[in-house]
Write a new protein. Structure first.
Length: 196
């Protein structure tokens, strides 16, 4: 005999809808910003009732927080740098950043665009970024002044990503990608290993 389910509760088979909502919401936060992304718009794009989005995530702030997750690439970079000699850290991180650059709507872009367009999103992004990304690297690398170095690496990576992916500044620069990556890696390497 089938169990009676409560009215308004999604079937267990509908669990994929939650993932679909997150995917659509991440895309919207990245493409149109935090302010213009609404629960109603997310629901419309997913083909579900706004009440279902609110059932899973409560409100827009909580939906945004759910979209904030440590990128797989960042976790890989943290794990990778632990196994490499200090002289290879810059190149390893540059490879990860280049992988992110090739993805159309990466979560990092969602963070940046949302943080630029709304102070609430900026505050949530700042807190998430420090705890999930900067602290993760700071505890994994055996260097002095870890927090300062991680803040500088973060600024370097974020600045490049914003200029390249959000503003498109580098689209007009006729420089081979390998040269840009080499120079980028050298900058990160200097931040991480220059004696202070």
């Amino acid at each position: 005999m089938d169990k009676i389910r409560k009215v308004g509760r999604p079937r267990s088979a509908d669990g994929d809808k939650q993932a679909a909502i997150l995917t659509i919401a991440s895309h919207l936060f990245a493409s149109i910003g935090y302010e213009k992304t609404t629960i109603r718009l997310v629901a419309q794009k997913c083909g579900v009732d706004p009440k279902l989005v609110m059932h899973y995530f409560g409100n827009k702030q909580q939906l945004f927080i759910a979209c904030l997750k440590v990128p797989v690439e960042a976790e890989a970079a943290i794990a990778l740098t632990k196994t490499l000699p200090k002289s290879k850290w810059g190149l390893a991180i540059a490879e990860i950043v280049w992988e992110i650059q090739e993805q159309k709507d990466h979560p990092l872009l969602s963070l940046m665009r949302a943080a630029v367009s709304d102070e609430v999103a900026a505050s949530m992004t700042r807190e998430f970024y420090i705890k999930a990304f900067i602290d993760g690297f700071a505890t994994s690398l055996n260097v002095d002044n870890r927090e300062l170095r991680m803040m500088m690496v973060s600024s370097f990576v974020s600045g490049y990503t914003f200029s390249n992916r959000v503003l498109g500044v580098f689209d007009a620069v006729p420089v081979a990608d390998l040269k840009k990556k080499t120079l980028f890696a050298s900058g990160i390497q200097a931040i991480l290993t220059t004696k202070l």
